[in-house]
Each structure stands twice: as structure tokens, then as C-alpha cells.
Design a binder for this molecule. Structure first.
Ligand code: FE2
Ligand code: FE2
Length: 234
């Protein structure tokens, strides 16, 4: 049986590795569009999760604003796709993503982890779960989007800026942390536990994105020539 240390693959999701991966993604029009579509879908799932997870009595003005902004982020990424390739038509079907279903899996896994490990599956914990899940997902989104922002600088013409979107994500993080510090008596313990495990859930997604890129390079290269393909390994 293969035994592995829990964090041995986590270096593939650090800032530098994610920037390198995304430089590779944005260097190819089709991959770039698939990636923007994947990010749009994940923003949409994030928005849908907030709506579905919160009881009406927990919906505050800030929650409504959060729902609206996550929906706008989904729209933002979707609207970038025709700027990269006006002829491409992508749906929210699994074949139009990089990483297939593993991106959505990441969001569900974080949610499940917080619900079970932090709050022992207590149904009354939904507001705290929502705020913790928000914080960990935004924490990851900020690393991913900041590294994407830098990756697009490798293109001859920088096609878009993620600056205002990043400002909003950082604002969501700040709001959640403020509430959690006030409402969660186990704040320090939960923060430590979440930070220790968050990357473990993100790694399978990035591994699957790498696999998809390797497959598409392989298909392209065997079509164009018989030379060996160069595997993406970060
Ligand atoms: Fe977002
Ligand atoms: Fe957000």
C-alpha cells in the first residue's frame, strides 16, 4: 500500500507554481478560454452555495451583497471568454472546464470539512460554516487570482485586470474574519486547522487541470507532428 505524507504535493498550489501553470494556460487561446469558463463556473457555484446554505433569518444586507458580487464575478469571467476567442462557445458542462468536476469538488470538500470537523455536523452552525467556508475559499481565490493577474503579464497585450475583483474578494475575507473573531469561541483552533488542510483539498483540482493540459498538448502535437510532447510538470 502506498503511504504518503499529507502535504507532500502541496507545493504545486503555492503562488509560484500556480503562476507557472497559469502562464502555460494563458499561452494557448483554447486553454485560456476553458480556464476562464472554469473560474466563471466556480464563482457561480460559490454564489449558489451561499443562497442554498443560508436560512432566511441569517440573510443580512452583507450576505445579499456577497451573493450579488459572486454572481457578478461569474459574469465577469464569462464575459472575458469572447475577448480571448470570439468564436468559442462554452457551456457549464464538464467538457468545457479544465479539471472536470474537481473544481466544484474542492468547494464541496471545504464545506464538508468545516461542517464536520469544526462544528460536529451541528445544523445550527450554518452561519459560522458559511463564514469559515467563505474565508478559506476567498483565501485560495486571492492566491489564484493574484497569480493569474501576474501570469497574464507574460502575454504581449495584457487582456484584462483582476484588480477590482480581488478588492471585493479581500473585502469578503475581512468581513468574515471580523464576524468569526466575534462569534466563534474556537477561532484560533479553527483557523489553524483550516489553514493546515485547505491545500490538501485544492491539490486534486490542480492535478486534474495539469492532466487536462497534458492531454490537450498531446492531442495537438500528435495532430501537428510526430514529435514527443513536453509534459507540464510544476
Ligand atoms: Fe468571487
Ligand atoms: Fe468572494
Amino acid at each position: 500500500m502506498k503511504t504518503s505524507l499529507p502535504n507532500e504535493n502541496n507545493s504545486i498550489v503555492d503562488f509560484i507554481s500556480l503562476k507557472k501553470l497559469q502562464e502555460c494556460i494563458v499561452s494557448d487561446k483554447k486553454s485560456h478560454c476553458l480556464w476562464l469558463n472554469t473560474l466563471s463556473f466556480l464563482e457561480y457555484v460559490g454564489c449558489r452555495k451561499i443562497v442554498k446554505s443560508q436560512r432566511a433569518e441569517n440573510i443580512r444586507l452583507e450576505t445579499l451583497l456577497h451573493i450579488q458580487e459572486e454572481s457578478r464575478h461569474a459574469l465577469f469571467f464569462k464575459k472575458l471568454i469572447p475577448k480571448i476567442d470570439p468564436d468559442i462557445d462554452l457551456s457549464f458542462g464538464l467538457n468545457d472546464f479544465l479539471g472536470g468536476s474537481t473544481g466544484e469538488r474542492y468547494l464541496q470538500d471545504i464545506d464538508q470539512f468545516v461542517y464536520t470537523k469544526f462544528f460536529n455536523s451541528d445544523p445550527n452552525s450554518s452561519f459560522l460554516v458559511y463564514n469559515w467556508v467563505t474565508w478559506f475559499i476567498e483565501y485560495r481565490a486571492c492566491i489564484l487570482y493574484k497569480s493569474l493577474e501576474e501570469a497574464t503579464e507574460s502575454l504581449p497585450l495584457k487582456p484584462y485586470s483582476l484588480k477590482s475583483l480581488l478588492n471585493e474578494e479581500e473585502h469578503h475575507m475581512a468581513e468574515s474574519i471580523q464576524l468569526l473573531k466575534k462569534l466563534d469561541p474556537k477561532f484560533d483552533k479553527h483557523m489553524e486547522l483550516g489553514l493546515k488542510h485547505e491545500a490538501d483539498f485544492f491539490v486534486p483540482f490542480i492535478q486534474e487541470v495539469q492532466n487536462d493540459l497534458n492531454k490537450s498538448k498531446f492531442i495537438k502535437n500528435t495532430k501537428d507532428s510526430n514529435t514527443n510532447t513536453k509534459r507540464i510538470s510544476i
